[in-house]
Design a protein around this ligand. Structure first.
Ligand code: ADP
Length: 403
């Protein structure tokens, strides 16, 4: 890395998508952002926004057979803006890796041994780690000399005490198959809990925060003095809150019932709980905007879905209040948490005895900035704190390679 190398390329590789952002850590500015969708299909699409040059968004359609082709297309777009991957200003590539198991508790420079370890975790993250690995291999082939860093979704949660991380099942079976609660969205929970402390004018170690990351996937975490002590997702991102398409918590016996009584296969149950449940299963829509619109029109099914979603949120607020003992702040983040004022209002309604309340005027403000929505003088600060997982990945990556 040269003294002038301050840029970090952040890659988030999904099974058929590749999201990227090029940031300059000199001032944390974004130089370019983009997305490749439908990798492996005839109709792959790359959307590239060159923020540094202020140029217009560019869209390219056409078959991109694999992640290698997609990343090469991205590199060509960046090069067209004078931001090519061969630039000496590029310090590192930061990769989002969903599952780091117990071994990866911090961002890690990727070498062959690290890659092998990430591969070893595929059985516990079959939907996510293979795509992340493909992204890493592709980027390493393109720039073998450049430091590549893995930033793990699970890392922030590795501080959970054993009594929060273990399921109450036979220990030998659990250990043989690495079955435990890992938690996800950790990059977001880390970023948002830190930002929330800053909003209160405190350091992370001084505050206890409940973070509600409510996107299409959703999770809650209890963060005591900057360390995660509990989180709602478990072995996989299926556990916990009601999500866009995932059930969250259910009695595990439901799965036996679906197989024995409803005659469903393992894969069908998996698909039901991960893709056809949650809000979409309850009312046919997983977009909170559409659900609110239907409720405003008097749609009872949408209202019930909303009520189930809110009831689950309240249960986690209560549970994490008990886990933390003292709560200084509740932070709402991600697509729903940042934008859906009715969700925030309903989740906090009735919790005055827990010191939590929402001010209607403050809650109605729309902004990209962290902000308080609780009334002046509330015992617990309720806040909206926009997440920025890419910035957090870039910061963690840059901190590691520039140390
Ligand atoms: P992902 O988990 O895919 O990263 P996001 O954090 O982007 O998801 O959240 C996407 C969800 O946010 C959408 O499905 C929708 O329910 C919700 N959302 C986005 N914008 C709004 C809005 N203006 N009002 C209400 N909900 C919104």
């Amino acid at each position: 890395m040269t003294a002038t190398a301050t840029r970090v390329l952040v890659l988030n590789s999904g099974s058929s998508s590749l999201k990227y952002q090029l940031l300059d850590m000199h001032d944390a500015s974004r130089l370019a952002v983009g997305l490749v969708e439908r990798i492996g299909e005839e109709t792959s699409r790359l959307v590239h926004t060159p923020l540094a040059t202020g140029g217009a968004k560019r869209e390219t359609e056409g078959a991109m057979a694999d992640h290698d082709a997609a990343l090469k297309a991205v590199a060509a777009e960046l090069a067209a803006d004078g931001l090519g991957l061969d630039s000496p200003q590029l310090a590192a590539i930061g990769h989002r890796v969903v599952h780091g198991g117990l071994k990866f508790t911090a961002p890690t420079v990727i070498d062959d041994a690290v890659l092998t370890e990430i591969e070893r975790l595929v059985p516990v993250a079959p939907l996510h780690n293979p795509a992340n690995i493909t992204g890493i291999r592709t980027a390493r082939a393109l720039r073998p000399d450049l430091p590549q860093v893995a930033v793990f979704d699970t890392a922030f949660h590795t501080t959970m005490p054993e009594y929060a991380a273990r399921y109450a099942i036979d220990v030998a079976t659990a250990d043989a198959h690495r079955i435990r609660r890992y938690g996800f969205h950790g990059t977001s929970h880390a970023y948002v809990s830190r930002k929330t402390a800053a909003l209160l004018g405190k350091g992370p170690s001084e505050v206890n925060v409940i973070v509600l990351h409510l996107g299409n996937g959703a999770s809650a975490s209890a963060v005591a003095g900057g360390r995660c002590v509990d989180t709602s997702m478990g072995l996989t991102p299926l556990e916990g809150l009601v999500m866009g398409t995932r059930s969250g918590d259910i009695d595990p016996a439901v799965t036996f019932h679906l197989k024995r009584v409803a005659g469903m296969s393992e894969d069908e149950v998996d698909e039901l709980l991960n893709k056809k449940s949650g809000l979409i299963g309850l009312c046919g829509d997983n977009d909170m905007r559409e659900i609110r619109r239907r409720i405003d029109e008097g749609d009872a099914q949408a209202k019930l879905a909303f009520d189930i979603y809110i009831h689950r949120l309240k249960k986690y607020l209560g549970a994490y209040t008990a886990v933390l003992g003292r709560v200084d702040a509740v932070a709402f983040t991600a697509g729903v948490g940042e934008n859906a004022a009715p969700v925030r209002e309903a989740a906090i309604a009735g919790l005055a005895d827990m010191g939590m309340a929402v001010d209607a005027d403050r809650n109605a403000v729309r902004s990209d900035e962290p902000r308080l929505i609780s009334p002046e003088g509330s015992r617990v600060a309720v806040a909206v704190v926009p997440t920025d997982e890419e910035l957090e990945i870039a910061q963690q990556t840059y901190a590691l390679v520039s140390a």
